[in-house]
Design a protein around this ligand. Structure first.
Ligand code: ADP
Length: 482
């Protein structure tokens, strides 16, 4: 069964926290209950045991009083002593009655019954004999037995208290153990729950941030879908709407570029033909100044045509940049071909080329990689001083194919290292700006390398140092033959 996400991110958060907190709250509540029960049991046990012991001690004291008043009565025979004896007896009987009503152990109950029985015997003896020397002689003996019973009742009470304390200690240990095992079971459960909810909460956020990143990198092909609570799904739909808008804008831009380039070409051709006619002298001889103006016109119209062709080329490249015509390619051969194609320019500037290429194959679009290397090499030639050295490196690194191109030109200032990959961006340095170019070469390089799931970076160096890497494997995960 697949559980659905709730309608909002906040509900997911609240549900998550409640589910994670529930077992912990349960543990807290059951602990509180167990300890509460234990505390009230302890209170009850101690309270009743103490009451029994107190009553037993009072009973013992009453036995002493009974002995004293009965012996006085036996010796002196006065009615006041008999009254005192009877009063103490009332107290004694009341105490035994109270003890009977208390929660007693079996031994205590038997002891109370025995003391009642013995006392009643002594009472019968006193009533029967009256104040006689015989009674005086027998009373100490009888009361000694009663006192012994009273003391054993007190001792039994103490034993009950001790047993109660031991039982409480055992219960406390049991309660502590059950809390311990509850915690052992609950902590991993809480960790698993926290991990699951962290995943559920972070997944839609990661999907949104991943979608925004790919939009930022200009990857518009894949539709955006966010899985998660309702509000996050709607956010995903809005991002997809944005993607569609960007796709439409991109198409509009390309159409506009093609249209403009085409429209500019017609008047430009007329301009060029006019300047050609003027320079050739067909429409009449020109003086030196006029010839110079005609030459400037001719040169600039040629330059303008190159720019327009660049624009057209760029929009064509852009239109092509969405698919790869990939196969297994020997990259070293591509480097050789590119260098060979630029031989004229290289020789013209007296430039030395150093090739440091390993045997590397990759699953890639050969033509696009050729364009990438050609743009880098043509820039290196363009920006290098005469008789400088240009180095090419090619090697494998952790499943990637890596190219490096180094030259001895002015290099790229750190502040421009991001911007040079933007379309139509040209370096700000005056001498460099003087070198003609369209500012499109590196943006095409970046676009093609991203299409290969690779990256380009500019490294520090005395001159320019570019490094390109892209995976040698097919996207499905199969490595190209080495
Ligand atoms: P272009 O070379 O036509 O101006 P690019 O997109 O190829 O356009 O390059 C953009 C900018 O990057 C250039 O204007 C230049 O400032 C800088 N650049 C590129 N390659 C080099 C290099 N090898 N040495 C110095 N600067 C370079």
């Amino acid at each position: 069964m697949k559980l659905g996400y709730p309608r909002s991110f906040l509900s997911l958060l609240v549900i998550g926290f409640s589910i994670v907190a529930a077992p912990l709250l349960f543990a807290l509540a059951s602990n509180a209950l167990a300890f509460g029960q234990l505390a009230s049991l302890a209170e009850q046990a101690v309270h009743s045991a103490v009451k029994v012991t107190q009553a037993s001690r009072s009973l013992l004291a009453e036995v002493t009083s009974l002995e004293r008043s009965s012996r006085q009565y036996a010796v002196a025979g006065e009615a006041t002593f008999l009254d005192a004896y009877r009063q103490h007896r009332v107290n004694f009987v009341e105490l035994t009655r109270q003890l009977d009503a208390m929660a007693l152990s079996e031994a205590q109950r038997q002891e109370v019954a025995a003391i009642e029985r013995d006392e009643s015997g002594v009472n019968d003896l006193i009533n029967h004999m009256g104040p006689t020397p015989e009674l005086s002689r027998r009373l100490p003996q009888e009361f000694a037995i009663l006192a012994q019973r009273g003391q054993s009742l007190v001792r039994l009470g103490d034993q009950v208290i001790e047993a109660g304390i031991e039982q409480l200690q055992a219960q406390a240990v049991q309660a502590r153990n059950s809390v311990f095992w509850l915690m052992i079971a609950l902590v991993p459960t809480a960790i698993v729950l926290i991990a699951s909810f962290t995943y559920l909460l972070s997944r839609p956020i990661n999907q949104v941030s991943e979608s925004i990143r790919s939009l930022g990198e200009g990857q518009f092909a894949k539709p955006i879908r966010v899985e998660g609570p309702g509000d996050m799904v709607r956010l995903g739909e809005q991002l997809d709407w944005l993607r569609e808008r960007l796709v439409a804008l991109e198409a509009q831009k390309t159409r506009f570029l093609q249209h403009m380039s085409h429209e500019l070409k017609t008047p430009l051709t007329a301009l060029r033909e006019g300047s050609d006619l003027l320079s050739s002298g067909v429409v009449g001889n020109l003086n030196a100044e006029q010839r110079e103006i005609a030459r400037i016109l001719q040169e600039n119209s040629i330059e303008l045509r190159k720019l327009i062709e660049g624009l057209l080329n760029y929009s064509a490249v852009h239109a092509q940049a969405s698919y790869l015509d990939a196969k297994i390619v020997q990259l070293r051969e591509v480097v050789r071909r590119v260098v060979n194609d630029r031989k004229l320019a290289i020789v013209a500037k007296g430039i030395r080329i150093e090739l440091n290429c390993e045997h590397v194959t990759a699953y890639c679009d050969e033509e696009k990689i050729r364009v990438v290397l050609d743009n880098l090499l043509s820039n290196a030639i363009k920006y290098s001083p005469e008789r400088a050295l240009i180095s090419f490196k090619l090697y494998k690194d952790q499943g990637d194919a890596v190219f490096e191109v180094l030259d001895e030109g002015p290099g790229i200032p750190p502040s421009e290292r991001e911007k040079i990959f933007e379309a139509f961006y040209r370096g700000a340095d005056a001498p460099i700006a003087a070198i003609k170019g369209s500012g499109l070469g590196l943006s095409i390089v970046k676009e093609y390398i991203q299409l290969h799931k690779g990256a380009i970076e500019v490294l520090d160096g005395p001159g320019a140092h570019f490094r390109i890497r892209f995976p040698r494997k097919k996207a499905e995960g199969e490595e190209a033959a080495a």
